[in-house]
Design a binder for this molecule. Sequence first.
Ligand SMILES: *Cc1c(COP(=O)(O)O)cnc(C)c1O
Length: 362
Amino acid sequence: MIKFLDLYKVNQRFRPEIEDRIKRILDSGYYILGNECKTFEKNFSKYIGTKYCIGCASGLDALNLIIKGYGFKQDDEIIAPANTYIASILAISENMCKPVLVEPDINSYNIDSNLIEKKISKKTKAIMVVHLYGQAVQMNEIWEIAKKYNLKIIEDSAQAHGAYYANKRTGNLGDAAGFSFYPSKNLGAFGDGGCITTNDKELANKIRAIANYGSEYKYYHIYKGINSRLDEIQSAILDVKLKYLDIDNTKRREISKFYRDNIKNPKIILPKINNELSHVWHIFPIRVRNRNKFRNYMEKKGIQTNIHYPIAIHKQSAYSEWNSLSYPVTEKIHDQIISIPISPVMSDFEIHKVVEVINEWR
Ligand SMILES: *Cc1c(COP(=O)(O)O)cnc(C)c1O
């Protein structure tokens, strides 16, 4: 069986180093907001290229904290792609703001920047871009729109640790960015985790306080905050794995290149990219008309697949107020998209096998 993602194998590679670091924490007696978190924040902000990084409890919280940090409130509108994981949109509605959905481009699967301007109103405060599947959004037009209408750019970078646009990494392409360290992400913890990156000092300080019960000094609360922190053990694990992130992303790019060069089946639509560095292949999404049949075929041949995602957000019960709306491009993607295995621990045998089985699909 070729697993969709063998997380055990992914993490075993770092076992001795991680065990050492965890021992250090057991010896220190510090578990939250200690040196491990500080060290990881410093190293991650250096990696991304931003001045600040603030650890928090999850990717959803990272986005939630950015919106709280800006003080966006009831009825403020935030433009976001209709084709994303639900967390992007939940972060907006959690703060009583209004998500304004924009269709994606069918080739990149990312927000179609040509459709943004006509969705801007007097209440629009920000554009949230999502670097979906690991591919950096083409930011040029979005930078122009944000400047023209004085909007903040929030990046959901939960799937794109290390991807580049115009020589900068995602997480350094807008005003503030949210990352997730959920175990299966390109940089994954041994549990939940996330962080915010930004160059805005004031915002960084405010977010750091809000994430820690709204206090800068213990027991002095300046905001009605929340509790969302990255603990010492997760910080240490992430700090070990960060050193290998570029190597892992290179391996993902190699597999992707092999897939794109060798999968030759007119029934399969392969992903399109702008340049090799713009994508870190968190997911390798292909499109196929008869998705269920294809999925069963792959399963029978011993290859696990996944669907990112089966139901569009506007069709979910949680957003019943949107169920009658129509986003045809988003719906088409959700009907046809299927993810095939890609990870830094796949063997050459497995990679060749995936190609062979897909090319035999009729
Ligand atoms: C994983 C993910 C999130 C949420 O991250 P969590 O750490 O699971 O809260 C947000 N947005 C996108 C696009 C994601 O893939």
